[in-house]
Ligand binder design. Sequence first.
Ligand SMILES: CC(C)(COP(=O)(O)OP(=O)(O)OC[C@H]1O[C@@H](n2cnc3c(N)ncnc32)[C@H](O)[C@@H]1OP(=O)(O)O)[C@@H](O)C(=O)NCCC(=O)NCCS
Length: 295
Amino acid sequence: MTAAMGTSDHALPAGLSVRPLTEADLEAAAALSAEAGWNQTIADWRLFLQFGSAICLARNSRPIATAASLPYASRFAWISMVLVTAAERRQGLARWLLRHRVEDILGRGLVPVLDATPAGRAVYLGLGFRDTWDLRRWTGSCGQFTAGACDGILVRPLQESDWAQLIALDKDVFGAARGALLRSLAQRLPQAALVAIRHERIVGFSLGRDGRVMTQLGPVAAVDADTAIALAAAALSSISGRVAVDVPDRHLPLIQWLGERGFSAERPLTRMVYQRSSSFDDSARLFAIAGPELG
Ligand SMILES: CC(C)(COP(=O)(O)OP(=O)(O)OC[C@H]1O[C@@H](n2cnc3c(N)ncnc32)[C@H](O)[C@@H]1OP(=O)(O)O)[C@@H](O)C(=O)NCCC(=O)NCCS
């Protein structure tokens, strides 16, 4: 494939070609995310091949820049894994890749959405993306945590019969159905796959996955902060080692609870939507996202 693949009012620099990312590229792609200090494993990269797509810019057939997208139902599509190896930055490659992804997504009748790092945000603002809300990665160590009083709520492991309700709750909170992806996360980290029950209804859930550097807890969706904290306490007590949780800045009780347990803030992120200043989710009930690459 060549630069004529769809976009672009700018040619690619000499020596670069664009092509779809394939299974054979996943190790090189994982090396790019590791170079940026990111947490993804090859299993994470494979999610894009399984549920969406990814492209790369290659020099001497080796990927030196990537961008992925995941369509979510018929509403919006997530753009992620926008990575340019350090030696190839500031030549417009991220901008080129983004334009390509945006054209592809708009062509499918979907709205492009993403969670931006500060460096990525500088690229996306110039391409028509707008800020909606901010979140932050909190990292710390798992432990035997308790949640405090949480009347009438039972937190227990996810069961097969819970899936229909869990997927419906996630659809409400996230803004689109993504059952197959959620099921794949439950398999990645079964210990963190929990539901909160009140009056025999699911009022919250948590999922997680393994990572290159640390475990990721999320998504965590719940009707209120107490339920989210009960889920986080149970999940963090059932896994071990370092963990990352990406929490919308609005959720101060959960952030305070994490802070009191030794978690500290890492990188800030901004949820951005193409040519819209409102997001599709209900961030009041979204206590931890699945991760910036998944939404
Ligand atoms: C962010 C990243 C993808 C940018 O890639 P890039 O190919 O260097 O970006 P571009 O050359 O297309 O930049 C386009 C414009 O965005 C802005 N920009 C890009 N990187 C920037 C930075 N680090 N700081 C400030 N502005 C920046 C500039 O306006 C730039 O235009 P200019 O060079 O003409 O001034 C790259 O730095 C990277 O891989 N970083 C680590 C991973 C990451 O944060 N990815 C984003 C995830 S949301």
